[in-house]
Design a protein around this ligand. Sequence first.
Ligand SMILES: C[S@@+](CC[C@H](N)C(=O)[O-])C[C@H]1O[C@@H](n2cnc3c(N)ncnc32)[C@H](O)[C@@H]1O
Length: 263
Amino acid sequence: MTDKSGGPAAEGAAGPGPHRSATTARTAVVWEALRGLLVDLARDTDAPLEIVDAGGGTGGAAVPLAELGHRVTVVDPNPDSLAALERRAAEAGVRVHALQGETRDLTDLLPPDHAHVVLVHNVLEYVEDPVAALADVVAVTRPGGAVSLLAANAVAGALHRALAGHVGDARRLLADPEGRWGDADPMPRRFTAERLAALVEGAGLVDPATRGVRVFADLLPGRVFEGDPREGRELVELERAAAGHPALAGIATQVHVVARRPR
Ligand SMILES: C[S@@+](CC[C@H](N)C(=O)[O-])C[C@H]1O[C@@H](n2cnc3c(N)ncnc32)[C@H](O)[C@@H]1O
């Protein structure tokens, strides 16, 4: 049964364990946006929403979404991740449809206009061609549906690299069009908010809502909030406040954009 309230996704995503406060603070802003989106889209239908998680990996988002009663499909090229996803879904007592493939395979694996929502979280950094990947994502999103993009912020990449003592890397990262600090950089690509906005517009998506994710959570030492639930809650509130702050959002570790496919 679909939880029309948007449900306890934030709790589900955070999961139990000692790092729960940190995880919650890092994911709260994204889940808040997703909850609002799902509530909005669920108004138009009595059936569960169709959600596709492109590059959904081991199901960190897909399983909590399925727990809310939505029909979730993960498309990911990594068979080990898909196996872990299936175990995670089984443990949670939900079904998630797992399909092996890349973003370029989306249009072969799924019918056109299939999904109410397509998640592309931490994936555009790795695809061969982000423009083509987003075109394939849009093709399987139904008119009026939404795409949720989460991507590494190049500005934060430079900030974190400098704070780790690698000042030259930070300067190189800022100057590099792909937001990389060098050949040894494990991240194939980082985005600025402007580049992501241009990508979204070029794909024909409209009404983008952009927020900064993990402004403070990745800068503070864990001990500040991990042992103290009250501090953990304060940090979540701080992340919420910072997500839309004109200056602070610019240094967030990730940029989150939710945009609609026109009807
Ligand atoms: C950093 S993980 C992100 C996983 C998940 N979306 C999350 O946010 O936790 C990147 C994922 O993208 C997948 N991936 C890599 N190249 C891809 C491609 N071309 N198309 C779709 N997924 C891809 C990887 O297998 C991996 O699961």
